[in-house]
Design a protein. Structure first.
Length: 202
């Protein structure tokens, strides 16, 4: 399996207590965004601050950054989305993501979310009752889930957690009567086979 991409981190200058300070922004091994104050701009050379940032990300890069989907959604994607979503859609979007995307795929690592496993997930959803309504899933719901996972992985690519996002290749399967509950249970179980390779290449 290809190793998840390394991060460089981001060195920024921010005002804290009326003073300019260097701050480091980076991801820990679980994909959570971290913020650490390095020092005063007036007392530290930029090169020294950059070296400190490199020290912070080096041990994480050694282990590789590959968070579970749930950690990335909770710690990065939803906070990012809340800044851009309209109030009228934010609640339903977050509820849909938590119920269906995180509910089914939350324990899987970002790098495991390859085309095949995502397409199998959408197909199983299309053939299984909606857990909230106990009715067959609608075509609209499945289309929205495809949109959700695409945009989640788009952000993971921009954050350099994976190199590529294969979700744009997914098709919205035809919705049929619920007959694949067992398939969805297999997807949720730890025994569900992982994708053959991690998202290290297209």
């Amino acid at each position: 399996m290809a190793r998840p991409r390394r991060q460089l981190g981001s060195l920024q200058i921010r005002i804290q207590g009326g003073q300019k300070k260097y701050v480091a922004l980076y991801y820990d091994a679980e994909g959570k965004r971290r913020f650490e104050t390095i020092g005063l701009v007036s007392r530290m050379k930029k090169g020294t601050a950059e070296a400190r940032l490199s020290e912070l990300v080096a041990p994480i890069n050694e282990r590789g950054i590959d968070p579970p989907l749930k950690a990335f959604v909770d710690g990065v994607y939803l906070p990012f989305g809340r800044e851009t979503w309209k109030a009228s859609t934010a609640f339903t979007t977050e509820q849909r993501i938590r119920t269906h995307v995180v509910g089914d795929l939350g324990s899987k690592r970002i790098s495991e979310l390859r085309r095949q496993i995502l397409q199998e997930w959408l197909t199983a959803k299309a053939r299984t009752n909606n857990p909230r309504t106990e009715r067959p899933a609608s075509h609209s719901l499945i289309a929205h889930l495809r949109w959700d996972i695409k945009h989640i992985l788009d952000l993971a690519v921009r954050d350099e957690l994976v190199r590529t996002n294969q979700a744009p290749d997914l098709t919205v399967p035809r919705v049929s009567s619920p007959s694949a509950a067992s398939a969805l249970r297999r997807l949720r179980s730890s025994s569900w086979r992982s994708a053959p390779s991690r998202c290290g290449s297209g």
